[in-house]
Design a protein around this ligand. Structure first.
Ligand SMILES: Cc1ncc(COP(=O)(O)O)c(C=O)c1O
Length: 449
């Protein structure tokens, strides 16, 4: 890294004056926490007992045999609590917020994984939590919204602009400018004004450290590491112990979406319309229109559908240490099916992009070489996107039945079996059993409130 906060030509801190002091305060607290034994011990304990670390490194034996080339290993980050690597960073920053005496946390979320992780970390650490989310994302990610609310977070829909992640980030910055005295902004990827890219990489580097140890304990030397790149937090954390070395090959996979025209992909390093710009407080590569406006993007996976890329990854791409590839929506779905069928593992759609490139790479390399792919999250969160693709008619029928049942009983609780008929009756039996189990007044309030 060159000038403080920069990675080659990228990075920096481009924020309104009012936020300058708030960010300096975070930088000081973060630097102190990095060398504070008590903070590190508390984080390590929570990583073990709350997140469930270390996550396993799985030998994809069947897949490797079928592909006939290199051996594929899968870092099972999706087994972390809340289902994705996002929790590593959310928990680290939430613990830092607490150490700084902040009582409130705000965050932005697109797909909902970062919001979910932040809401869970805040519930665990006793911090109040507000999540900004584009109204379009709120509509399409209802399961994550429901869980965030269950964790006690307030989810605020943002109606500005395209009503997606970039608009949610703008709104979070607006809130923070007025609230930083008691509020900490947890950014969800390795981007934003310095020191966020450093801080997020540090909290995510636990992934790479574990992989290095897990490979060494099996006497393996990796040929290549492959990770998907949205903002870049799972990739930079995974790659972090190897950045200064010449090997292994480090491969970042961007969303190739449905085509190569601007608006049809989210490839900031390899795509048409990718240029240098300053957005959301940092300088990096962004997808921009001819007029310099942030361009629309597309990916089947909401977590890769962001117009910018973390500054350190952009710099590593420019220097050649990091190779960039892209995988299309279709290739991601194929990779998801491949690992599900042969390994019993369902990748998140984001990670499936990395899976697609790992499959091609393994095929092209000789036996005995090792390719490690980061399964940054697991795919149950994507069921509402993938199920219509794989089994449209059965999924539509299921949703229609659920909707009919919900319309009949909007609170989700059916009356006793005697007063219902048919389908309602069947649901009534199930729910009346549940409500007998949940008999405390608090639970009743929750159910009817
Ligand atoms: C499972 C998963 N993987 C990857 C990403 C992309 O983010 P990043 O590039 O910061 O790892 C997301 C973002 O929501 C995600 O949920």
């Amino acid at each position: 890294m060159g000038e403080k906060g920069y990675f080659g030509p990228y990075g920096g801190r481009y924020v309104p004056e009012v936020l300058g002091r708030a960010i300096e305060e975070i930088e000081e607290a973060f630097e102190a926490a990095c060398t504070d034994r008590a903070f590190q011990d508390e984080l390590a304990l929570l990583q073990r007992d709350f997140i469930g670390r270390p996550t396993p490194l799985l030998y994809a034996e069947n897949s490797s045999r079928l592909l006939g080339g290199a051996d594929i290993y899968i870092k099972m980050e999706g087994l972390a609590h809340t289902g994705a690597h996002k929790i590593n960073n959310a928990l680290g920053q939430a613990l830092l917020a607490k150490r700084m005496g902040k009582t409130r946390v705000i965050a932005e979320t697109g797909a909902g994984q970062h919001g979910l992780a932040t809401a869970a970390a805040c519930a665990k650490l006793g911090l109040s939590c507000t999540i900004y989310m584009g109204a379009v994302d709120v509509d399409r990610q209802q399961p994550n919204v429901a869980t965030m609310e269950l964790f006690g977070a307030q989810v605020v829909p943002v109606y500005a602009g395209s009503q997606t992640l970039k608009d949610a980030i703008n709104e979070a910055f607006r809130d923070w400018a007025a609230s930083f005295a008691d509020t900490f902004y947890i950014i969800g990827s390795a981007l934003g004004p310095a020191p966020y890219p450093d801080m997020v990489r540090t909290f995510q580097s636990v992934i790479g450290k574990e992989v290095k140890e897990q490979l060494a304990s099996r006497g393996l030397e990796p040929e290549a590491l492959v990770a998907c790149v949205g903002g870049g937090s799972n990739a930079i954390g995974f790659f972090s112990p190897y950045l200064e070395a010449e090997k292994p090959r480090l491969i970042g996979v961007e969303a190739g979406g449905r085509g190569t025209s601007l608006g049809d992909h989210a490839a900031r390093m390899t795509g048409e319309g990718a240029r240098t710009g300053i957005v959301h407080g940092y300088k990096s590569r962004f997808l921009l229109t001819e007029e310099g406006q942030v361009a629309p993007t597309h990916s089947i996976s909401a977590g890769l559908d962001y117009p910018g890329i973390g500054p350190q990854l952009a710099a590593l791409g420019r220097s050649g240490r990091l190779e960039f590839r892209r995988a299309s929506d279709e290739e991601a779905l194929e990779a998801l099916t491949f690992f599900a069928r042969h390994e019993g593992v369902v990748f998140a759609l984001e990670s499936a992009h990395a899976g697609a490139v790992a499959i091609n790479l393994a095929r092209s390399l000789p036996k005995g070489k090792v390719v490690v792919v980061n399964m940054s999250g697991r795919g149950d969160k994507d069921l509402f996107i993938t199920a219509p693709y794989f089994r449209p008619a059965a999924w539509a029928a299921f949703l229609e039945r659920e909707l009919a049942a919900l319309r009949a009983h909007p609170s989700g609780i059916a009356p006793p079996p005697s007063s219902g008929t048919g389908l309602e009756n069947a649901r009534g039996v199930a729910h009346s059993t549940t409500s007998k189990l949940i008999s405390s007044p608090t639970s009743r309030e929750v159910h009817h409130g």
